[in-house]
Design a protein around this ligand. Sequence first.
Ligand code: GLC
Length: 420
Amino acid sequence: MTVTITAARDVLKANDRGGYTVPTSRLYPFQWNWDSAFVALGWATFDEGRAWRELERLIEGQWEDGMLPHIIFHAPSDDYFPGPDVWGTHHHPATSGITQPPVLATSIRLLLENAKDTAEAEAHAAALYPRALALHRWWTEARDRQHSGLVAILHPWESGMDNSPAWDAAMVRVPATPTTPIRRRDISHVQADMRPSQADYERYITLVDLYRSLAWAPDRMWDATPFKVADLAINAILHRAETDLMALANRFGTPADHSAIALRLESQRTAIARLWSEEANLYQSLDLITGERIPVSTSGGLLPLFARIPTDDQAARMAAEIERWGGKVRYLVPSLSPFDPRFEPKRYWRGPVWAIVNRMINEGLSAYDHGALAARIREDTQTLMRQSGFAEYYDPTTGEGLGGGSFSWTAAMALSWAVP
Ligand code: GLC
C-alpha cells in the first residue's frame, strides 16, 4: 500500500497547476467543480494547506448569484472543446455556464473535522462557508422554480454522469442542430468507443448554444429548455451536502441560515423519498418535461444511501440489488445495471466503474450497517487501482483501466480511503 500512496500523491502533484488540480493532463486541462471537491480530500491526507487552496481556487469561479460553474478556465489550453469562446459567459476567470454535483459543503466539512491544524482549518472553513451557503441558495432559487423539493439539471454534463442511459429519452427531444462547429478534442486523447458518441456531442452543444443565446439567465433557461431532469444523484448529493452545510452553519452561520437550511432539508427529504422504485429496488430520476419517472437503474440511483434517505428496509433491498449486479460483473459497482440491455462495459457512464461513486456508496452502506458489502466495494476499487492504475474509470467485467490515465479523483479516493 505504501507504493500506492506514494503513486497516488505523485498523480496529484503532477496534475497540480498552481493551487488547483486538473482531472488529468490533456483530456481535461482546467479545474472541474466536483472533481476538485473530491481531490481536496486526497490532498488533505498529506498537505492540508493545499487541500484548502483547491477549494479556494474553485470558488474563484463562482458567479455572483451563487452558481458554481462546472469548469473554471484558469489558463488557456487548446486541448479541450468546448472552450471559453463557445460558452461566452464573460466571467473572470473564464468559466462554463452550467454547474455540477455540489460536493463543496461536504468537502469543507470533512476537511474541517479531520484537520490536524484546527486553527487554520477553522479560518478556511469560516471563509468558505458563505460561498457554500450561496451555492445551495442558488440551487433552490434557480433550479427548483416550482418549489417541489427537487432540483433540476438543464444539461447532462451537470449530472457529472454525462452520457448516462438515464438521459437518453430526454435527450431525444433536444435537436442535434448546433450552430457552433464541433471540434472534439477528446477522441484524439482517448479511444472513441470509450467516450460519448458524436450524436451526443451535437445535442450537448445545441444546449450550450441555446443557453448562451439566453445570456445564461436562469429563468430564461428554465423556460426555454427542452432538457429538464430531476437527477436523482444530484438531488441525493445536494441533500447530503445540505446536512454538512447545517453542521457548518452551527459553527459559522446565523439563526436565519439555520432555519433556511432546515426547511430545505425537510422538503428535499420528502421529495427524494418519493423517487424510490418498488420494482427496481433503488431510486430513479424524474423527467420534469413529461413528468414521468425514468425507468433506468444506474449507480446514481444508489446515492440516497450517501444522503441517508432510505429506510433500513429500503437500504437492505438496495444492498441485495447491488449483490445481484455483483453476480453478473466481476467488479462493483457498474454505472448501469448489467441487466440493462444498454449496458456497455467500456463506454463512460454506460457501464464502467467510477471510484468516486464507489466511495459514496461505500460510505452509505457502512452507515446502514451493510459493512461486508461496503468492504467488498472498497476492495474491488482498490484491486482495480492496483491492477490498472489510477484510471478515469474501469471495465467492470475485465478490470481494464479506461479513459484518461493518472486521474486525480481516482488517486484522491485511493488516498482518502487508505489514510483514515
Ligand atoms: C467528465 C465526467 C465528469 C467529470 C469530468 C472531469 O466530463 O463525466 O463527471 O467531472 O469528466 O473529470
